[in-house]
Design a protein around this ligand. Structure first.
Ligand SMILES: [Zn+2]
Length: 169
């Protein structure tokens, strides 16, 4: 284990953003391993991304470095969000931009999410909030390759065709 990589968890204040999804739960204390899962991001060009589940953030966050690397076109907030680390400090260079809905795939499980862009000092590309885990409860061991998003709800709703039907506009 490398405890260093969990050093600077980032959280985001979504007050200014009309939520696309209801944030039922924000954070909860968590100890022990933080589960990291590799998923695929995007439509045609699928990029493997390291996703930190249950990160303590309140909104999905994507690394600015990854956004630049794969050339995701982002939108700019009229009024920047304040993205805060857990110590309350505002993360510089965060909260200005957000992505269009991006497809996030794990095996046969598909979702689409809007991500806030932030400079992540973690060894992860994407942070998912607790409400995401709540909607997509992982089956099996969180910290192994055996993790699956295969709840009855997910099997019914989080399919490839569901992400293709989904539209923001
Ligand atoms: Zn699901």
């Amino acid at each position: 284990m490398n405890p260093q990589k969990w050093k600077t968890p980032v959280s985001a204040d979504t007050e200014a953003l009309k939520p696309l999804k209801t944030t039922r739960l924000t954070k909860r204390p968590r100890t022990g391993n933080r589960p990291m899962v590799t998923m695929l991001l995007g439509d045609e060009t699928k990029t493997p991304v390291r996703v930190l589940l249950d990160s303590g953030c309140t909104t999905p966050i994507i690394s600015a470095e990854l956004v630049a690397k794969i050339g995701i076109r982002c939108y700019r907030h009229e009024k920047p969000l304040q993205i805060r680390a857990f110590d309350g400090t505002v993360v510089q260079g965060a909260g200005n931009d957000f992505t269009p809905p991006l497809k996030l795939r794990h095996r046969a499980h598909y979702t689409k999410e809007v991500f806030q862009v932030a400079t992540l000092e973690l060894s992860s590309d994407i942070l998912l909030p607790y409400w995401w885990i709540s909607e997509h409860p992982p089956q099996g061991a969180w910290d192994s390759n055996e993790i699956r998003f295969s709840s009855p709800h997910c099997l019914r709703n989080c399919t490839k065709s569901s992400t293709e039907k989904f539209s923001m506009e």
